[in-house]
Ligand binder design. Structure first.
Ligand code: ASP
Ligand code: MG
Length: 407
């Protein structure tokens, strides 16, 4: 007997038949004697529609009302799944964020989970009742509904797994695991049987959309055993686990990309303390996530340039706010480009093996792809390139590192 959290994404609950199918999966776990808490997303497409409506009615809307609107998709699916379970003889009830309660901070639209009071849910699980929990939502200190940011139900699931001390958190989605790269652009991509938390974290933040980045970080912190599986097949998925458990080390585990990046260069800034703090302070106030940052060494110790990358959707906002500060910051001009992609080569083996960066740069140069910015971490090398070369870069790197031979 185990205590399990099962999370089903939007496509897995995309219509009534699929919801019935999910109910059957839950039922088989219950029959095997497991205690099951289920976390669901809204039906595929629903949240997009709700966000769109909110924007149309008020482009600069009140974030608390935005949350009231966009959290409703999950309210529908928890109710439907609970009924589907009851219909096949499984004791189940739905839980909205505020009913648990799952407490968050006050940042409506992008809230962080602060606490989950899980006593009642645990009591019911022990009595054999399935808890069907709405992902993506919680209750803010002001007593109003909050949401966790797009894709947030993965984070809800992991947080719940930690709170109820689940043995496992299974994330059911429309792919059957984590791949060496996106199979839609590289047919030779292979499914990984396992991946380390750190690699998964890098993959997620580098653009692989299987799991929300925050959920992986949380799983790593709270030692939650994560598994990514398909809700449409019985194939084993990918285990996300600690590095010590990893038996075999391949050179590179995956190639991730994000083709929705933009780049800003602030040209001719005074080279003195406090300038970078000011620029990134402005962006932080706008809740804009900045990714890569490079500052060029100034030759004359007078002027310098700072280049950074950010999500393409944030470009306009960032440019307009920085432009307003032109006099205060005393820079010469802003240069921006919205047609940028980030390509990352990821693998824990990089800690101990050399030559991976060299090989990556060779491959890109053979294909005449220009690297605009390079950054590295212990287990990742990322480059910014022109977005039109994304597919070529991913395929060439996948071939060069022989990722089709994994597994
Ligand atoms: N329904 C929310 C979204 O589409 C949360 C999720 O699916 O994870 O962003
Ligand atoms: Mg999702």
């Amino acid at each position: 007997m185990a205590r399990i959290v099962q999370k089903f994404g939007g496509t897995s609950v995309g219509d009534l038949d699929r919801i019935r199918n999910v109910a059957q999966r839950v039922k088989s776990c219950v029959e095997a004697g497991d205690e099951v808490a289920v976390v669901v997303s809204a039906m595929a497409g629903t949240t997009n529609q709700l966000v769109e409506w909110a924007k149309q009615v008020g482009p600069m809307h009140d974030a608390r009302e935005y949350d009231a609107i966009v959290s409703t998709g999950e309210q529908v699916t928890v109710g439907l799944l609970s009924i589907a379970l009851q219909n096949i003889g499984v004791d189940a009830r739905s839980w909205l964020g505020w009913q648990i309660p799952l407490r968050t901070d006050e940042v409506h639209g992008a809230a962080r989970i602060e606490e989950i009071q899980a006593d009642e849910i645990i009591k019911r699980l022990e009595q054999g009742q399935v808890a069907v929990v709405a992902g993506f939502q919680g209750i803010a200190p002001d007593g109003r509904i909050s949401t966790l940011g797009r894709g947030g139900s993965d984070t809800s699931a992991v947080a719940l797994a930690a709170a109820i001390q689940a043995d496992r958190c299974d994330i059911y989605t429309d792919v059957d695991g984590v791949y060496t790269t996106d199979p839609r652009i590289m047919p030779k991509a292979r499914k990984l049987d396992s991946i380390t938390f750190e690699e998964m974290l890098e993959m997620a933040s580098a653009g692989a959309k299987v799991l929300q980045t925050r959920s992986v970080a949380m799983a790593m912190r709270h030692h939650v055993n994560l598994q990514v599986r398909s809700s449409f097949t019985d194939a084993p998925g990918t285990l996300v686990q600690n590095e010590e458990k990893q038996m075999e080390k391949q050179k590179v585990s995956g190639i991730a990309y994000s083709a929705e990046e933009a780049k800003i260069t602030v040209v001719g800034l005074p080279d003195k303390p406090g300038i970078a703090a000011k620029i990134f302070g402005v962006l932080a106030d706008l809740h804009i996530n900045v990714d890569m940052i490079v500052q060029s060494a100034s030759a004359d110790l007078q002027k310098t340039d700072i280049t950074f990358s950010l999500a393409r959707i944030d470009l306009e906002k960032a440019v307009s706010d920085l432009t307003n500060l032109k006099d205060e910051l005393a820079f010469e001009r802003l240069v921006h480009d919205n047609n940028i992609a980030k390509i990352s080569v990821i693998g824990t083996a990089m800690r101990t093996q050399s030559g991976i960066a060299k090989r990556m740069f060779e491959v890109l140069s053979e294909k005449q792809i220009n690297m605009q910015v390079i950054s590295t971490s212990e287990i990742k090398i990322s480059v910014l390139i022109q977005a039109d070369y994304t597919e070529l870069a991913v395929r060439s790197l996948h071939d060069a590192f022989e990722l089709d031979k994994i597994g």
